[in-house]
Every structure is written in C-alpha cells, then in structure tokens.
Write a protein that binds this ligand. Structure first.
Ligand code: FES
Ligand code: FES
Length: 861
C-alpha cells in the first residue's frame, strides 16, 4: 500500500494527536494547509534552502519542507505555537530587543533553531558560535549581526528590555517586533478564509515565441479545478506597468512571449496542490524564435525584441558639463576601463502572494504585499475594465521586497480569477515562479574614462553605460537615469559627459532594487579613484579627501550641493583613524565612498499625507500609506507621533490606511522614512493646533515639489532633494584575502531609531558583500535563468559574514523633517568598490567585474 492509498497520517503536533490527508507533498504543506499552522513559513519549499519552515521533530530542528509525511508519521512535532509561553516570550523578546528582525519572515524558523541550540549548549552558546549552525537559514534583511547579538543575550540569560522608543533619536524595539518574531503577524499567505480557492499560473516555456494555441481543456478537466482563464477572459487592458503600460498580464493566442516569466493562464482550484498540478496541464503550441540576450546586439538590431513594442532602446539618459575631451587630454593621469556588473535577484524571503475577496456587489478586496498599493489598485482596475472605486487594495506588510515588489506579479491575474468565479481566491507563487517573474537588479556594462591632475584633483569623467532591462519597462529607464546621475560618485568633476542606455532584451525583466543604479555606477567610479590614487602616489583615503563634494560644489548633472553633503566628508573622516590603524597593522584595506539620493526627485511632485486621530479609548491612531517591508516605517511613524504629541508610545497604533488616498506612490528610493516622518509630523502639528479632539481626523501633508528633471534644460537643476552618504572600510588579511571586518560610517541625517538604523546598514553591507563577491542571476542563451534556487544565488551565509561595525553620522539634511536623509539603499553603494580595493592590496589585481568571486574564501574564526 502506498502512502497516498492510506486514509490518514497521524503524528502529534504541539502535544495533540492529529491526522492529516496523505497527499501533502511534505510536512510543511500539511502544517500550513491543513492544520492552520502559520509560524512555519514557506520561503522555498520543497527545496529546503531558506530555513523559514523549521520546526522541532523529536526535539531536533528540521526543515519541515524536507520531511515527507511518511517520515513525520508517529513523530512528535512542535512548532512555535506549541512552545512554552514563557519560552516563546523570551525568544521573541530577545530578538526584538536586539533589533534582530526586520521583515520577520525568516525569524520564526531561526527562533526554533535557537531553541534547539540553547537546549543543547545552554550558556555555552554564543552568537558567533551558532553561525555555523545557522547555515540552513537565510536572512536577507539583517546581515545576521544582530541575530548573533540576540543569541548571545539568550545564552547569557539577560532579561531583554522591551521598551518602545519614546521619541526621535531613541533606540527601542520595533513596532510589533514580538508578533513579527513569532510569526503571529500574518503575511498574505497566512490569511485563511472559509471556502477560499487557490490559483496557480502557467508560465511560458520559451523566452521568445509566438503563441499559436493555448489548450486549457486538460487542466479544466482535472478533478478539483473550477476554471482556467487566459488573455481571452480579460475585459479591460491587457498591458500594465508602473510608468509605461507595456507588460502583458497574459500573452494571448496570436501574441508573442518576451521573457520566461510571461504568464499564459491562471488555474483556479479547490486547493493549491491541485491548482499547481493543473497549471502544468495547460498545453501551448509555440513557434519558437531566437531571443535577444545580448543588450549590445539588441540595441543594434532593427528587429524588435519585445512583442508589440518598437525598437530595443528603452531609454537614453545623458548630460554633459564643461569640455571632457580637452580636460582629459590635458590631464597627466588618466584611466580608461570597462566594468561589468551582474543581474542580481532580490531573494526576499516571502514569495509573492495575493488574496482577492469579492463582495456581494462585485467590489474586490485585494490583499497585496506590494510596495505601491495605489498603483496596484489602478492597474487591477484597468485590467478588469472597472472603475478604481470597485477595487480596494489592502496592504499587508511583506516579508521583504528591496524594490522587487514594486511591479505587480500575480495581483491582476488573481483579481480576474476571483471576479470571474465570484469567490475568494489566493495565489501564492512558488520560489521558482517568484524568481522567474519579478524584476531584478540591472546588469550594466560601464566604459569609463577618468582623469586627474598631478596632485589627484579630478579633472574629467566620461561614462558610457549599457543596462540590460529585459523586455518590459518596469522602472528600468529610471534605474539607468539614476546610474547616469550618480556616475561621478560624491566627487567634484568640472568636466563630465555621461550617457546611459537601457536596452530591451528577452532576458529577465530588470527594475528597482536597493541602490537603483547608484551601486553599479559607483563600483566603477570607486575603481577609477583607486587606480588614479596609485598613479598619483597617494592613499585611497587621500584621493577621496581631495575630491569629495563640499557645500556649494556642483555635482553630477549640475546640482549645487547643499549643506547636507557635509555628510560625505564626515563619513570619510570618521574612518580615518580606522584606516590608519588597519594600515599600521599590516592589513589589506579598501575604502569606498558613496552617495545615494532619497526620494524620487527628477521633477516628480512627491506628496505624502498622514492622519492622526485621538480615540475614545485613549489610543492615538497614526495612519500612513507606506509599505512596511522590514525597514521599520511603522516604528518611524510611532516615534514621530510620540515626539510631537509627547505621549506614551504604547498608546499609539500605527495603521497603513488604504481606505483613503494618502498619496505617496511606491515605497521606494529610501523615501519611506523621509516622507512618512514629514507627513506624520505635520498631522501631529495639525492635531495640536486643533486641540486634539477625540474622533477628529487630523491630516498632515509633506511634499517635495522643488526638484527638477535632468531634461529641464537647467544649468543647475536640483535633481534630488536629499542624499545619504556612506564610507566603508573593508579590512582583509593580506596573505589570505579573508575579509575580517567592515567598518561602515553612514550619514543618515538624523537617526530616528539608532538600533534599527544600524540594522539597516548591517543588512545592506551583507547584501553589498554578496554583490561584490558571489551573487548573480545569470541567464543562458535562451534567456532562461540558470540559478533557480536560493542556494545558487550566492548569498553570503551566516558563518561567512565578517564583523560589521556601524558608525552613524548625523549631518542634517536642509528642508527635511528632523534632517532625515534615508538609509535604505546607501548601505551597499560603497561596498563592492571597497572590496575590490582591498583585494587589489592582496594580489595586485584590479577588479573590473562583479561578482569578484570568493577565490579567497571568506571565513570567520
Ligand atoms: S520553506 Fe523549507 S527551507 Fe525554505
Ligand atoms: S528579517 Fe530575516 S529575512 Fe527579513
């Protein structure tokens, strides 16, 4: 008798006898889909590569997506829900108190592992010692440093202090930190509803192929399937997009696929397993065409790479000042170099999930973890051909995004399915589908010419960049615009000539990703700085010091820098003693200096609103419109309200309000803290002026409407309203190349919550090290990604994370609330350049290509 012939499988779950159907693919599915366990998260099942699903089986921490029901039978299984309440509280409190969680998606699994380790080792356990045992766990947000701190705290028996931060500049626990740590604050896939259906997508087999026929009959005939929908069922617009509407939600018969994430059909079934199995039965006849996978060939070709779009140049961003040619020729030192950076996957731990619930009037309630719920609403309404008032998109805090959830993934298809079957439908992507569908970091080829005087003063820069944007626009033109704008790094260049082209190809779509073009451009510029420093005969620190922007200097596309740019100098100066000490100790060292804009800038009118309301029960509601994706925007809102209103923070309830248009746009570009703090501050001031009356909505607004576009023809445009600045020092062993330590000096303007700020920087440095050394998401000649598992992405594992020390610097940004500059993206801008310089000191080789490779294995003693 096979397992599936059996009626039920029994085991004990949290000390209760339970029985489940035998057809679940693994224990995790049985726990989540049948037993309503939500602390164990599904980040990658069934591959066992993220650790989010970790539970105790017979007292051992194991990944439940790797355990078959056959193996689980008769076992004692404990999830976080079944831990002793005092122990649950202690674990979660320590993680919250240490700032050891951001989005929280990985945290329940790590708590289970920590308990198992504490049971084994007791007070002998250390965070660093546990690093090797955390190898099964990915955390994309924290950089692990604060996870080590939390484990140290637990092992030492310290009692964590769980105070909410009482105002601006106070470290304190993250809002809802404990709930997040325990997995109790649900993500979309944790939401359950009686009678809810499940959907699955059928994706194309080919990056570029004519779709001749779509046959859904076999899928429809499968038991448990309610229906299958294709482009033929779309009543409204077929194409969506944040800026350009060029991205088809389905490829129709007679259409043509343009990358391997294109969707052909959505299957609706009684359960997820049936939906996914039926999606594989959708049969498509193709006429396969050769894809464009080389952006240089694509831009030179007369043939269109992408269905229905003319030409393969998505955008060209260019500007020039001074006379590059003459200045370059006349300069005594010059370099001309080609740099390449890779396509990179966000690897947020929570795969995309959407739940749509129709009401009796046909109105749709959409639960989305996207970064811009108003964009989601507008695009869904366009696809369904209905007024936006017929759609409400409720924002559910997500399990990481980093820019990868700006574009819709499955929201429109799920909404269509729910509307047509008139029942609640949830669609959760598998890890593989997630990897295929959402946009990545742009690979950019950069040709750079840079020159300087005999004393190292920079004279001229010319940059030519070609970014591979994949088929659909997403925000690719803005990424290349930002790469162009940041080409000079935080340095004064009197003669500059920059052009950045975004190409359309049939590779994976590229769009927003933490750093947004600035890190690609500054990897190249920092490389140039170190080469020129060597020619001049000065240190990397001195080269940067002689050229760093100061208030009043003209930067990049012509912006006259304000007082906030002192942060670049102060970040650099903060590292000087560490730089000198590491040099004196004989270490190989590399220094990177960078800047990254906060906010959209470029002439966009950015408006955010917030609402404060005093309630009858004594609580104060703060309503804003930003996506909490681990970065702590809820905590920022709480701290601003506590500061302005002078009230106990435990009285404040923070709510993302999507019932009224509080504006804002996407939570992107390091703008959440900046815009949220400004709008909440204004709402609080309005409440104070209005006498804090109970039940009144006090609205406040923060706007940035004074920036200019690069294309406005101004000599000195204000491209961005604010910038964050950072200097990072990478210290490596001169013999082995082992990276021992990273010291990151970051000017954040004002650290609203220093511990959360540090955590953001540590997570960014971890991501930056991965970008420098090991991460990439390549595609083959057919346009198909070749790294299709989390482990193959090259994310640095906990045991390989060097010590990261953060120095927070606060040079206030003029015209910004509290002087805030934003911290989300700048953290990984200088890292790759600093690593390249350190490695050059090890072996004398200049690096021009990312990832550089861990040919000198990273190890931690
Ligand atoms: S879901 Fe099991 S390890 Fe990722
Ligand atoms: S907190 Fe670990 S993945 Fe977000």
């Amino acid at each position: 008798m096979t397992l599936t012939d059996r009626t039920l499988i029994s085991f004990t779950l949290n000390n209760q006898d339970v029985s489940v159907r035998p057809d679940h693919p693994h224990l995790l599915a049985a726990l989540r889909e049948e037993l309503d366990i939500t602390s164990a998260k599904d980040g990658c099942s069934p591959s066992g590569q993220c650790g989010c699903c970790t539970v105790l089986v017979g007292g051992k921490a194991v990944m439940s997506c790797l355990i078959s029901l056959e193996k689980a039978e008769g076992k004692e299984i404990i999830t976080l829900e079944g831990f002793d309440p005092a122990e649950r509280d202690r674990l979660a409190s320590a993680f919250a108190a240490c700032g050891a969680l951001q989005c929280g998606f990985c945290t329940p699994g790590i708590l289970v592992r920590t308990k198992a380790l504490l049971d084994q080792k007791g007070s002998a356990l250390t965070g660093r010692g546990a690093a090797g045992r955390l190898g099964a766990h990915l955390c994309r947000c924290t950089g692990y440093t604060k996870i080590f701190d939390a484990i140290d705290m637990l092992a030492s028996g310290q009692i964590p202090s769980l105070e909410l931060p009482s105002g601006i500049g106070k470290s304190g626990v993250k809002y809802e930190g404990k709930e997040l740590a325990l997995g109790d604050r649900g993500y979309v896939d944790d939401m359950r509803l009686e009678g809810m259906l499940h959907a699955a997508l059928h994706l194309t087999d080919h990056a570029r192929a004519d779709v001749l026929r779509i046959d859904t009959s076999a899928a429809k005939a499968m038991a448990g399937v309610l229906d299958v929908f294709t482009a033929a069922d779309v009543p409204g617009e077929l194409k969506i997009g944040i800026l350009y509407q060029d991205w088809p939600v389905f490829i129709p018969e007679g259409g043509r696929t343009s990358y391997v994430g294109d969707v052909l059909a959505i299957v609706v079934a009684e359960d997820r397993m049936t939906a996914r199995a039926a999606a594989e039965l959708v049969h498509v006849d193709y006429n396969v065409l050769p894809p464009f996978t080389d952006p240089a060939i694509a831009v030179a070709s007369d043939e269109d790479a992408v269905w229905g779009l003319d030409g393969n140049v998505l955008s060209t961003s260019a500007y020039a000042r001074g006379d590059f040619e003459s200045a370059y020729e006349a300069s005594p030192h010059k370099i001309h170099e080609h740099f390449t950076t890779p396509r990179v996957e966000h690897a947020f731990l929570e795969p995309e999930s959407t739940l749509v619930i129709p009401d009796d009037d046909g109105h749709l309630m959409v639960y989305s973890g996207g970064q811009g719920v108003w964009d989601d609403r507008n695009q869904i309404a366009a696809v369904l051909g209905v007024d936006t008032s017929e759609i409400t998109v409720e924002l559910v805090s997500n399990g990481g995004a980093f820019g990868g959830k700006e574009d819709m993934s499955n929201q429109a298809q799920t909404a269509l399915a729910a509307k047509l079957v008139d029942r609640a439908v949830k669609c959760t992507l598998s890890r593989e589908e997630s990897l295929l569908i959402h946009p990545k970091r742009h690979p950019i080829q950069i040709e750079l010419w840079v020159s300087c005087e005999a004393d190292g003063t920079l004279t001229a820069l010319k940059a030519r960049m070609l970014g591979d944007s994949g088929p659909y626009a997403s925000v690719g033109m803005k990424v290349l615009e930002r790469a162009a704008g940041h080409a000079s790094g935080p340095y004064v260049l009197p003669n500059i000539d920059v052009e950045a082209v975004a190409a359309r190809t049939n590779n994976p779509v590229c769009g927003a990703f933490r750093g947004f073009g600035a890190n690609q451009a500054q990897f190249a510029m920092e490389g140039a700085m170190d080469r020129l420093a060597e020619m001049v005969g000065i240190s990397g620190w001195e080269m940067r010091s002689r050229n760093v922007i100061e208030p009043g200097d003209v930067w990049g596309p012509g912006q006259i820098m304000d007082d906030g740019c002192r942060g670049a100098r102060e970040s650099l100066d903060a590292l000087k003693p560490h730089y000198d000490a590491a040099r004196a100790a004989g270490k190989a060292i590399g220094l990177g200096l960078g800047l990254k804009n906060s906010g959209l800038g470029n002439g966009f009118k950015e408006i955010a609103r917030a609402v404060v309301q005093f309630r009858e029960d004594g609580k104060v509601e703060v309503r804003h419109c930003w996506t909490e994706m681990g970065q702590g925007v809820h905590t920022v809102a709480l701290q601003v309200a506590a500061e302005e209103l002078g009230i106990d923070p435990s009285l404040i309830e923070v709510i993302v309000d999507t019932t009224r248009e509080l504006g804002a746009g996407q939570t992107t570009g390091s703008r959440g803290t900046l815009m949220a703090s400004g709008s909440v501050q204004a709402a609080c001031q309005s409440a104070i002026a209005g006498g804090r009356q109970v039940g009144v909505d006090y609205e406040g607004e923060y706007r940035v409407d004074w920036t200019n576009s690069m294309n406005d023809g101004l000599e000195n445009p204000i491209i961005h309203s604010a910038f964050g600045y950072a200097a990072q020092l990478v210290i490596a062993d001169r013999q082995t190349g082992k990276i021992e330590r990273v010291i990151a000096a970051h000017d954040v303007g004002r650290a609203i919550n220093p511990i959360l700020c540090e955590g953001q920087v540590e997570g960014s440095v971890h991501m930056g090290l991965g970008y420098a050394l090991s991460e990439e998401f390549p595609a083959d000649d057919d346009g198909r990604p070749t790294n299709m598992t989390l482990r193959s992405l090259g994310i640095i594992r906990p045991k390989d994370v060097p010590d990261i020390e953060v120095i927070l610097i606060e040079v206030p940004q003029p015209r910004a609330p509290y002087g805030v500059k934003g911290v989300g993206e700048i953290g990984l801008v200088p890292t790759a350049g600093a690593v390249a310089a350190a490695f050059h000191e090890v072996d004398g080789q200049w690096r021009t290509h990312l990832p550089m490779g861990i040919h000198q294995p990273l190890q931690v003693d």
